[in-house]
Design a protein around this ligand. Structure first.
Ligand SMILES: O=C(O)CCC(=O)C(=O)O
Length: 324
């Protein structure tokens, strides 16, 4: 069962567009998905927990908004006892998250911690315990093969404690992605990939495992873009039908976002990071990876995504429930 999941990670063919394939996979993971029954009931969703799910299943917008996205968020933040306990530098970063949708933690991991992680990823790759998925860029969920990655980086309590504070509820570690070279991914928000109902209950951390510079495809983001409306398949004409995902749905999404960025005149910033720096971004912050200008250069990094407790988690692009 588990190896089927692994096989599909590398597969790029026609099956990826058929909703029934995901339903079969959902049934193979019935135990995980049964837990969603109470959540579906709570949010008034009258459908099987094993079937496809998408934004179209929810009517209107939920009144439940993450606390740092609400009007008056900064005032609420500064009067929170947990915020008071942070040092001035961290406080400034958390305020930045409210207004700009990201925060930067310089030197969060030491040089030694970074090298330990790099060695561990190499060990997993060399032994065949892990490998690249169908994108040929991403190594998915290496924490499942490595207690070290799981405990010291993915579930690092210094990090998850901070994420709990930012989200206003406990986070649920969902997935990790290791990169050896830059992703060269066009601008997107994570919310199209990992969606929640109510919206906004996802957060990501990005850790530099190598210095980034103009040549090796640095991460970029658009400060403040998290305050734009959430874009879903309903907005860009994904072309999904009852049985199939729309052809080139993701490409259509990327084109739509590019046009949106131009029409809004959004300002692009680059994250020039040193080893061990961490960037945390909001579910709706537009970001991506720059083209690799120096061909062959590496840009080792690790991304981790966290959902929150008590919300429905799914994948808007592939219209399937998240397997947590
Ligand atoms: O590391 C990168 O270049 C981008 C990663 C990314 O966009 C993501 O994981 O959502």
């Amino acid at each position: 069962m588990f190896s089927l999941q692994k096989l599909f990670r590398k597969y790029t063919g026609i099956l990826r567009g058929l909703k029934i394939v995901y339903v079969v996979n959902n049934l193979l993971h019935a135990k995980k998905l049964r837990r969603n029954r109470d959540l579906y009931k709570r949010y008034g969703l009258k459908k099987s927990v094993f079937g496809p799910i998408g934004r179209h299943d929810f009517s209107g917008s939920s009144p439940d908004i993450p606390w740092l996205d609400r009007p008056g968020a900064e005032a609420a933040l500064v009067s929170d006892p947990h915020f008071e306990g942070l040092g001035p530098e961290m406080q400034e970063q958390v305020r930045r998250f409210v207004w700009e949708g990201y925060m930067i933690l310089r030197g969060f991991y030491s040089e030694e911690e970074v090298e330990t992680l790099n060695r561990e990823v190499d060990r997993l790759l060399n032994s065949g315990a892990t490998g690249f998925n169908y994108t040929r860029k991403k190594i998915m969920d290496s924490h499942e093969e490595s207690p070290l990655i799981d405990a010291q980086y993915f579930r690092n309590p210094r990090l998850t404690g901070l994420l709990d504070l930012i989200m206003g509820r406990p986070v649920v570690p969902f997935q990790t992605i290791q990169f050896i070279e830059g992703s060269e991914q066009r601008a997107h928000s994570d919310s199209i990939h990992m969606t929640t109902e109510p919206l906004g209950y996802l957060i990501a951390s990005w850790t530099a495992l190598e210095e980034t510079h103009e040549g090796n495809g640095p991460l970029f983001y658009y400060p403040g873009s998290h305050r734009l409306p959430y874009i879903t398949c309903l907005d860009y004409g994904a072309g999904n039908t009852r049985w199939r995902l729309g052809a080139n749905s993701y490409k259509k999404y990327e084109d739509y976002m590019e046009a949106l960025i131009t029409s809004k005149g959004l300002r692009k910033e680059y994250f020039y990071a040193k080893k061990g720096d961490v960037l945390i971004w909001h579910a709706n912050l537009l970001h991506g990876g720059s083209p690799i200008a120096q061909k062959g250069s590496t840009r080792r990094s690790m991304v981790a995504h966290y959902f929150c407790e008590g919300v429905i988690c799914y994948h808007e692009i592939s219209q399937r429930p998240a397997l947590i």
